[in-house]
Design a protein. Sequence first.
Length: 220
Amino acid sequence: MKTAPLLLRLLLASAVFSALTSQSEELFQDNFKDRLGPGWSWIREDKSSWRTTERGLEIRVQPGNMWGPANNATNVLVRSLPNTTNTTLEISVTIENRPTEQYEQTDLVWYYDDSHMVKLGQELVDGKLSIVMGREGKDKTSTMAIIPIQSASVHLRLIAKNNSIRGEYRAGDEKDWHAAGQCDLPVNGPPKASLQTYQGPKSIERWARFTDFRIMKRAE
């Protein structure tokens, strides 16, 4: 008579343990409220053109470019990432910008150096606000997706395992993630997460905002 309840308890405990071990693990989180968390560093820093407030990290969108060989954008923010061999790693962030210039963009980037990266971001392309995903290796570029959107606020995530990466997004208040694209990684040394904004106007002072940055180890 006691066997069934004991077996039920064992099965329940096993199910709980399985659910717990299958959950993703948060490795790092930064809401950028009033300061940068530890581990970030700047490439071509312009101290007068970035700030942290209670609303997050704000970076002025200035001229300059990272797409192709120019590699002269300022305030490229980077931090080291774990190796993705046999591990699924996710980086994500929420961005907000209202671009007016052709190719003005605010990006989440899987970054190796200025010539090797995969970007996913909000960009103005031919007058349309869009989600753009692209790959760059040895300064040679290819575009995976240009997807028109309506919202100035976008949630972005890049998910990598071994030498493959995919991009997903949610615009505004959407609950479901949408696929942007997938490609192989242009591996060139240790990976980094990067936040970038560039191709902005010379004469207009405009600030893009970043919030809710996370690095997750995914159970998949």
